[in-house]
Ligand binder design. Structure first.
Ligand SMILES: [Mn+2]
Length: 219
């Protein structure tokens, strides 16, 4: 039986993504892979990551679940010249590393990628887990929560459903489970690192609770 793997916040670090998936012998025909968004921005190879997941989605089907992060949401809204999270999306995007994404695209046409990102759901709810980029509003059903809150919040509290909430978005030095909030944080700062620790991209195997990670290798 395949594993259920979850990761988040790749942020343009394509070399690290491919090395990590090779290292754990990820098989798209067997394993379920859930990615909590933030494929793009900050790191050097956002386009390669989107190309990889666009192709992988076609062959892995429902074994691959790709969610939207706040960075994809910003990119989409900047593209359509709409506000995001109470700000001008284009300036907020550039402040948050959007320039690296534009650079990786060069002259490539963004339209196909924007429509791919627009199709990414903001959350997924399963029997035991909620998957979302930022977090939940503890007292509200996900479908009743403002999608921008689900993408941007950094507040953690146990959800009304009683399910374990799995999030990215807020960098922690290691994959961290917050028991009071029943929240598993999997963003270990692939690009940024934190608390004096260099960047790491992590993947959690929810089948056996093993954590696998790779140190940042690209500059
Ligand atoms: Mn992020």
């Amino acid at each position: 039986m395949g594993r259920t793997l979850v990761m988040s916040d790749i942020h343009g670090m394509a070399d690290e993504l491919f090395l990590l998936l090779d290292g754990i012998r990820y098989k798209h025909t067997e394993d379920h892979l859930i990615v909590l968004g933030d494929y793009i921005d900050r790191g050097p190879n956002s386009k390669d990551i989107l190309d990889y997941f666009i192709k992988l989605k076609k062959i892995a089907g429902e074994k691959l679940l790709l969610l939207r992060g706040n960075h994809e949401d910003l990119c989409i809204k900047a593209f359509h010249d709409k506000p995001a999270y109470g700000h001008d999306a284009a300036s907020l995007w550039v402040e948050n590393g959007g320039g690296a994404t534009l650079k990786s695209f060069g002259k490539a046409n963004l339209t196909e990628y924007i429509s791919f990102m627009e199709k990414l759901p903001v959350f997924a709810e399963m029997d035991e887990y909620i998957f979302v980029h930022g977090g939940v509003n503890p007292g509200l059903q996900l479908s009743h929560t403002d999608p921008e809150d689900l993408l941007w919040t950094r507040n953690y509290a146990a959800h009304i459903s009683g399910k374990t909430v799995v999030v990215g978005h807020s960098v922690k030095p290691e994959v961290t489970f917050l028991p009071d909030a029943k929240t598993l944080c999997v963003d270990t700062g692939a690009f940024t690192g934190m608390y004096g620790r260099g960047g790491r991209l992590s993947v959690v195997d929810l089948t056996d609770n093993m954590i696998h990670w790779i140190r940042r290798v690209s500059r």
